[in-house]
Design a protein. Sequence first.
Length: 132
Amino acid sequence: ILISIFTIALSWKIGKMPYLKKVSICFWFNGEREAGYCAKIAVVNIGKAPLYIKEIYITDKKNRHLGYKNFFDGKKDFKILKSNEELYEDIYVSDKKKDFKKYDLDFNGRIKVIVEEVNGKKYCASKGWPVG
């Protein structure tokens, strides 16, 4: 019985592998601009299945939207990111609440980058901001 449970669990894990979705999100700032700050976002699909990205947005720790990028181009409202592909985007962020001035040396845990798929699944990254 124990061997059959192990075999079923292993089969289930192997069966899900071709449909695995994993995302790596890297981000950094390019300094202050007249319209706010410019955040550079790099999204890498490190999974096996393609991602259908609807939008990328930046929020603060209270989930207030600071900036976003949607991919509506008139024909389709998503960007396809195949396996092992990269996507680089510039997002201009408004700093009305002065979050960037307040935490300008350490954004970790305070500013989040969220990548949202067409089906509503969200990939979030808030750690990894360059410090200093």
